[in-house]
Design a protein around this ligand. Structure first.
Ligand code: MG
Length: 353
């Protein structure tokens, strides 16, 4: 029997982490990202300093300020968060294409068939955590388990900046001690009902047979019976079709000038060509683009319709993009936008007169 290897990756206080990264003067102060208190705003995310005061996500900003009068509340910068999210996804794709994003800062990865690290999901998770920290300067927590429900619990176990692994032979023991409220799909109402039946842990839940649980909880009873035994067959669902293929590298030392950047193009384009070759026929390559992140974390992306995808085109794009900042560069990316031949847009084009 081949157990699956699922990793759940979850960034630690994602929005707040990016704000602290981009403005180090905010670090080590209680910080929240959210709406202003005087406009009935709500906290989206807060850092661990703020959590120590009891500040939480989804709390009214006014209430958060009562708990923590020194709390700094900054406005969300969704574009910045989305950009970091794309960079994290690009790191994931170095290990597997089976990625199911749950939000900007959370995803499941199925690495059952990944050739990396001799197939060790634990070492893949360690490497992802190391790379996100070194390349993007935020931390992520990860959980490794044979299925999605346990991987998600595991990623929360050592949060923040932690890794927790549940191997197949540890599942039975781990799940037995788990409070039923931790089970996927068990909200407050179900947890309360389970409590009234004297069921608090999964060990309690295992005392009940399938039929009895179905009688009490309908079809969810069968699911509860499985979850109590660590069974969760849900696949990692790769829903979104790719819109780009790209390669990017963060350099240990900033590239000081345009010449240094141009010198990095050939190896990036070689890797891009390798990734393009792995695409199936349902995509057609379209515009080339380059991305630059300067040493101060400002970044720019430049693409050109109709340009060829050769070294000359990328050199021109890179030169023009560099001129927008004209300062040392920490990250370079090259990529190609894709036409999705399965997409509706393309079909309309095909059938247009
Ligand atoms: Mg998170």
């Amino acid at each position: 029997m081949n157990a699956r290897k699922i990793i759940h990756v979850d960034c630690d206080c994602f929005y707040a982490a990016i704000e602290m990264r981009d403005d180090p003067s905010l670090a080590s102060k209680p910080l929240a990202v959210g709406g202003a208190a005087d406009r009935r705003g709500v906290i989206a995310t807060c850092n661990y300093e703020a959590r120590a005061y009891g500040v939480r996500s989804a709390m009214a900003s006014g209430h958060a300020l009562k708990l923590c009068p020194d709390l700094l509340i900054v406005k969300p910068r969704m574009d910045a968060y989305k950009a970091v999210s794309r960079e994290i996804q690009a790191i994931f794709r170095d290990y597997t294409e089976l990625i199911e994003p749950l939000s900007l800062d959370e995803a499941y990865l199925d690495v059952s068939d990944s050739p990396h690290f001799a197939g060790s999901a634990t070492r893949i998770a360690q490497d992802i955590r190391r790379r996100v920290s070194q390349e993007l300067h935020i931390t992520v927590s990860a959980g490794v388990a044979p299925n999605k429900f346990l991987a998600k619990i595991a990623s929360d176990w050592k949060k923040p900046n932690g890794l927790f692994v549940i191997t197949p032979d540890q599942v039975a023991e781990f799940v037995a001690a788990l409070p039923v409220a931790k089970l996927h799909g068990v909200g407050k109402v179900t947890a309360d009902k389970l409590g009234r039946l004297g069921i608090r842990s999964c060990a309690d839940l295992r005392e009940w047979n399938k039929l009895a649980l179905v009688r009490e909880f309908g079809s969810f009873g069968e699911r509860l019976w499985g979850l109590a035994r660590g069974i969760d067959e849900r696949p990692v669902q790769v829903d979104s079709r790719r819109q780009t293929v790209s390669v990017e590298t963060t350099y240990d030392q900033d590239l000081p000038d345009l010449a240094a950047c141009l010198a990095q193009l050939p190896p990036l384009l070689d890797e891009l060509a390798r990734r393009m070759a792995r695409l199936d026929a349902s995509y057609r390559p379209d515009k080339p683009f380059v991305k630059i992140k300067f040493h101060d974390f400002s970044q720019t992306t430049l693409e050109q319709a109709g340009a060829r995808r050769d070294l000359d085109s990328y050199q021109l794009l890179l030169s023009a993009a560099f001129a927008r900042g004209n300062k040392p560069v920490r990250l370079l990316g090259v990529g190609v936008r894709l036409h999705d031949l399965r997409g509706r847009h393309e079909q309309l084009e095909l059938f247009a007169p």
